[in-house]
Structures are given as structure tokens and as C-alpha cells.
Design a protein around this ligand. Structure first.
Ligand code: GRF
Length: 203
């Protein structure tokens, strides 16, 4: 039987990247399983996706905690209770502080809908990114799976996938094409890191 690492996935919205990971983890030979899904938004559709797949979920509302650090400490406590190997941010719309990042140093991944370092940083999320790509006249865009460090969108890049920007693209049509690549890239990146972690623990 394939050995599997444990993931925590953090979402704030639709959770289509979460779904891509749920589907990948459902395969016997995929080297990861999702131990817990956490959202800061009670209405995030990602929670329903997780529940449907039988994965434990938690809602941790950032408004109910003292500052960013208080929220991060609550996240850390919950995630640590599941003993996970890797934390995957999948459309999680909160900036994390050193309280969170130092607890899982080198083991936090994020997906960003551009070819970083282009179009990243604070305020560059969702449609803002695709609008910026089109406004800059870029002929190519894509997605980046990267490690999360305190500097927003600046962590080491693990994997990128490109898409062409078409003459008649709108932010919406571009977003859809990039999102499809994020699903593929996230599955690949988690597989790569899981294999690395499993190899290092068996040697
Ligand atoms: C993705 O494009 C991700 O890069 C961005 O938000 C989107 C999340 O989509 N930060 P989903 O919630 O996984 O469907």
C-alpha cells in the first residue's frame, strides 16, 4: 500500500483547488491524504466539498480572534492536533504572520494565479492579478505553486505552469484557463514534496 503524508488544506472560497487535491488523494497510489480542511469563512463552498469527501472540517473565524497573531495561533493549534506534514493554502484569503509560518517552516504551500515574481505581493489576488496581466500586455501568464514565507508571494518556487494570453482574453476567460492549470500544478507539487518527505523519513 502507498505510504501517504497528511495534509491540512486551508480555504476561504469555492475550493476548486481543494477538490483537485481531494480527487488526487482518492487515488490509491497518490502519496498524500487530507487530514483536515479549515476555513475562515463559514460559507466557503470548500467546506461542503470536504464534508462530502468525509474530511473533518473546522471554521476558524478571524473576526473572533485577537489580531492576526491570535487568529494564527488558533489555526496552528487546530492543525497541530491533526499531526500534518504539509499545509496547503488553496484560495485562503488571509495573510499569515510569523506565528503561523514559524510553526510549519518550509512546509506551507500556496497557489498563486500568475508566473511569480510577476504580479504578486499584497493586494495581488484573484481578478486583480488577471487584470494586471492583461493591462501589462503580457503574452504569457500561468500559475505558481510556492513555499510560503513571511514576504507575501516571495517564497521559493516549486512549480509553474504557463498559459498563452489570447488577444480577446478578459480577466474572466484568462482566470478560467489559469485555474485549470493550478489544479494540475497543485496535485503535482504535493506529489513531489510528499515523495521527498517520505524518502527522507525512510532513509
Ligand atoms: C485561485 O486562483 C488561487 O490562486 C487564488 O484564488 C483562487 C482559488 O480558487 N488565490 P479555488 O477556491 O481553489 O476555487
Amino acid at each position: 500500500m502507498t505510504q501517504k503524508i497528511k495534509l491540512a488544506v486551508l480555504v476561504s472560497g469555492s475550493g476548486s483547488n481543494l477538490q483537485a487535491l481531494i480527487d488526487a488523494c482518492a487515488q490509491d497510489h497518490y502519496p498524500a491524504e487530507i487530514a483536515v480542511v479549515i476555513s475562515n469563512k463559514a460559507k466557503a463552498f470548500g467546506l461542503e466539498r470536504a464534508q462530502k469527501a468525509g474530511i473533518p472540517t473546522h471554521i476558524i473565524n478571524h473576526r473572533e480572534h485577537e489580531g492576526r497573531e491570535g487568529f494564527d495561533a488558533a489555526l496552528v493549534e487546530t492543525i497541530q492536533s491533526y499531526d500534518v506534514d504539509l499545509v496547503c493554502l488553496a484560495g485562503f484569503m488571509r495573510i499569515l504572520t510569523p506565528v503561523f509560518i514559524s510553526a510549519f517552516e518550509g512546509r506551507i504551500l500556496n497557489t498563486h494565479p500568475s508566473l511569480l515574481p510577476k504580479h504578486g505581493g499584497a493586494g495581488m489576488y484573484g481578478m486583480h492579478v488577471h487584470e494586471a496581466v492583461i493591462a501589462a500586455g503580457d503574452r504569457t501568464s500561468g500559475c505558481t505553486i510556492h513555499e510560503v514565507i513571511v514576504d507575501v508571494d516571495r517564497g521559493p518556487i516549486i512549480l509553474q505552469k504557463s498559459v498563452d494570453v489570447k488577444e480577446d482574453d478578459t480577466p474572466d476567460t484568462l482566470a478560467k484557463r489559469v485555474l485549470a492549470q493550478e489544479h494540475i500544478a497543485y496535485r503535482e507539487a504535493v506529489k513531489m514534496l510528499a515523495e521527498k518527505l517520505l524518502n527522507s523519513s525512510s532513509t
